[in-house]
Write a protein that binds this ligand. Structure first.
Ligand SMILES: C[C@@H](N)C(=O)N[C@H](C)C(=O)O
Ligand SMILES: [Zn+2]
Length: 273
């Protein structure tokens, strides 16, 4: 909420505040469109077959990466100097737990050795705060839990090297093709969390590389007992507030949302190294 407040409310007259509320209400009722970024076949081998990562032994919000206060690390400074905005955690609205800052991710390694803060392009950050506001109106008590945001291209290469030549390659953007929207600060991975910061059940953990994480045939997944109706409802609520804020979901990952198309990002911004 902090950036949102700074940019839209502080020091403005009451009339502007009222106007802002009306705009927010309208945007909370807006609609987005599903854009599919991946089109490959849905039949995949579980990722642990490739990486040894065992989803059953880790919780989605296990080892807590500490967000350093004060000085920025070299990577954080680079992202800030590239013009990205930090998503400041706020216990009542947005939680940040960068999964790649812990070894509890599909690579089994700490990929973010000095990145503890979530960064996004300013326009994507504004959209995220709008989504958080939409969620607060829709379901007070729930909050957004950020798993990943801006991702340096060097990390993208590490990820790609693990999945290239495997069936999981479809879940990671190829750096040789310019990477993906995380590399521009234009994509965010997230879930919903309850008042105790516990993630809501979504049918699969984050970065589950398989059909159960796809969003295009979820009714079948429920009918086949592969995810529950409650898990689907949670996904639908996440998608609803993210779409209302202008994000577009990814067909193959319930947790991933794009703030723009790759073409738009490449035309207007540079990927972060
Ligand atoms: C690795 C996964 N969390 C992810 O972010 N995939 C997208 C498609 C990417 O690599 O850009
Ligand atoms: Zn993602």
């Amino acid at each position: 909420m902090k950036v949102f407040h700074r940019e839209f409310f502080y020091g403005r007259p009451v009339s502007l505040l009222a106007l802002g509320c009306v705009v927010l209400l309208i945007s909370c009722r807006g609609r987005g469109a599903i854009h599919t970024a991946l089109t490959s076949s849905a039949d995949t081998v579980p990722v642990e077959a490739v990486t040894g990562y065992d989803y059953d032994t880790v919780s989605a919000i296990g080892a807590e990466p500490e967000r350093e206060t004060g000085a920025l690390s070299p990577t954080e400074r680079r992202l800030a100097e590239a013009g990205l905005t930090e998503i400041v955690p706020d216990d009542t609205a947005i939680l940040v737990h960068l999964v790649y800052a812990t070894p509890e991710n599909f690579t089994g390694k700490v990929l973010y050795t000095d990145l503890r803060r979530a960064y996004l392009l300013p326009e994507a950050a504004r959209m995220l705060y709008r989504a958080s506001e939409c969620l607060r109106r829709e379901r007070p008590g729930l909050r957004l839990l950020i798993y990943d945001a801006a991702r340096p291209m060097s990390v993208q290469r590490e990820m790609w090297n693990l999945v290239k030549g495997t069936p999981q390659y479809i879940y990671v953007s190829n750096p040789a093709n310019g990477g993906g929207l995380h590399n521009y600060g234009a994509a965010v991975d997230l879930t919903l969390a309850d008042g105790n910061s516990a993630p809501l059940p979504m049918g699969t953990p984050f970065d589950y590389f398989g059909q159960e994480a796809h969003i295009d045939r979820e009714d079948e997944l429920v009918a086949q007992g592969r995810i529950t109706q409650q898990e689907l409802d949670n996904r639908l609520l996440l998608r609803k507030v993210m779409r209302q804020a202008g994000f577009r979901p990814l067909r193959s990952e319930w947790w991933h949302f794009n703030a723009m198309t790759r073409a738009e990002a490449r035309e207007r911004y540079r990927a972060v190294e």
